[in-house]
Design a protein around this ligand. Structure first.
Ligand code: AMP
Ligand code: GLY
Length: 417
């Protein structure tokens, strides 16, 4: 059966989802904020609009199912709209349970209330006095977090973003002008990993583990970005994790899915992605995301052997079975405009020589006549695949010079483990 599928979003993550939908014989319909040339070229029809303007989705009411790429529309209730108003089964959680990403305070409290392991000691603050008390309890080694969605840019960590009480207070004051609460967590030190699962509210199916690299420059230096790349291994785990670490993290995700239903009465249906940290003593949950990771989606979708459209339909039906992934390694490297993220050069032409050896995904670029141009955000993601990590890295090294423009990338993705 050839499913008609609506895809919402327009980044490299969505380009990877789009390719998979079409590769598995789906007919692609897309709703994008900005035209992604890669998605546009393989869509039967696409509509451009604000992703929070759900009324524009009405023209897609005949699709078999919808899948949502980014978190903002999920937090704003796009799945509720599609399911309740248009009768379109949707792979992506409803608003009530999407709070697990859009409110970090909700998440920490839920983990406490349902005894979910991996919670980080925290305090909910609504004044500078509360911040001072939190510092009395935890010391200066804290992370300060706004409560809403901030596109990965709201978290400030001691040592990385601030060092003095004054700086912590300044940030807290700034947060209090926007919201009456913010979150303070104990700072943890360790290695992070991304665990994504398919979830239908009844059972879960794990995907290969991925490590992403958020800093702009090699050796994890420089400012935080949306991510500069990621890798996964043929064994689907990561070098610094044991089997029991994996089970521990998976258990956190499973318990969270059930806790969400108990708390809200709504089943969690879609992708659930936990960002975890392994420290010297345990595994901690840094944050939940209610969607595929970007770039983690690019690593895992490249390996997915099970039909993606059938899998998504199973999720919407609450009938999830299994998913198979090739035992290969992947490296994803982002090419970004020179100056990114602070002062990126934009509107510059990118020349692309396509190659069978590598997968290419458009991120934030636009098409002017026949040329592809940069914006101020990440431009292109390349995914190299091979039997082992070194082979995947080599694919990137051999092919990346085929993309020419005023761009840079990190050469150490997959070497710095
Ligand atoms: P989040 O948006 O919550 O994932 O935070 C963004 C990044 O900040 C994470 O990927 C971590 O690198 C860092 N971070 C967040 N919370 C903590 C914490 N409690 N301790 C140490 N680092 C953290
Ligand atoms: N890999 C980071 C994110 O998708 O939020």
């Amino acid at each position: 059966m050839s499913y008609k599928v609506l895809l919402v979003g327009n980044g490299a993550r969505e380009h990877a989802i789009a390719k998979k939908i079409v590769e598995n014989d789906g007919k692609l319909y897309s709703y994008m904020e900005r035209e992604n040339p890669g998605i546009a070229d393989i869509s039967k029809k696409f509509v451009l609009g604000d992703l929070s303007d759900f009324s524009k989705l009405d023209v897609f009411k005949k699709v078999d199912y919808a899948i949502i790429g980014p978190e903002n529309p999920l937090a704003n209730g796009i799945s509720n709209y599609l399911e309740d108003k248009l009768n379109v089964p949707t792979c992506g959680p409803r608003k009530e349970v999407a709070r697990i990403e859009s409110s970090k305070i909700f998440t920490r409290c839920l983990m406490d209330a349902y005894d979910i392991p991996g919670n980080i000691p925290y305090t909910i603050c609504s004044s500078i006095d509360d911040l001072a008390n939190a510092i009395k309890e935890f010391g200066m080694e804290i992370a300060i977090k706004p409560d809403g969605l901030t596109g990965g840019k709201g978290v400030r960590v001691f040592g990385d973003h601030f060092t003095t009480f004054r700086e912590a207070k300044d940030y807290a004051r700034e947060l209090l002008t926007k919201n009456n609460e913010f979150l303070v967590e104990e700072k943890k030190v360790g290695k992070e990993f991304s665990m994504q699962i398919f979830a239908d509210g009844n059972s879960i199916v794990p995907m290969p583990l991925v490590r992403d690299y958020k800093r702009a420059y090699e050796n994890e230096e420089g400012p935080n970005t949306g991510s500069m790349g990621s890798y996964s291994l043929s064994k689907h785990t990561l070098p610094y994790l044991t089997n029991s670490d994996k089970e521990y993290a998976l258990d956190i995700l499973r318990k969270t899915m059930f806790a969400l239903e108990k708390q809200t009465g709504t089943k969690y249906r879609g992708i659930l992605y936990g960002q975890f940290m392994k420290t010297d003593d345990s595994i901690y949950l840094i944050e939940f995301n209610v969607r595929f990771g970007d770039p983690e989606a690019l690593n895992v979708l490249k390996l997915l052997d099970t039909d993606f459209n059938k899998l998504s339909m199973q999720i919407t039906d609450g009938n999830l079975k299994t998913a198979e992934f090739s035992k290969l390694a992947t490296v994803c490297t982002y090419l970004v405009p020179n100056g990114y993220p602070e002062s990126p050069a934009s509107a510059e032409e990118i020349q692309i020589e396509e190659s069978e050896d590598i997968d290419l995904y458009f991120a934030s670029v636009y098409r002017l006549k026949k040329s592809i141009r940069t914006t101020k955000s990440r431009s292109i993601a390349l995914v190299g695949t091979g039997d082992e990590l070194e082979d995947a890295r080599e694919k990137i090294a051999e092919n990346i010079s085929k993309i020419k423009g005023n761009l840079f990338y990190r050469k150490d993705i997959g070497s710095l483990l």
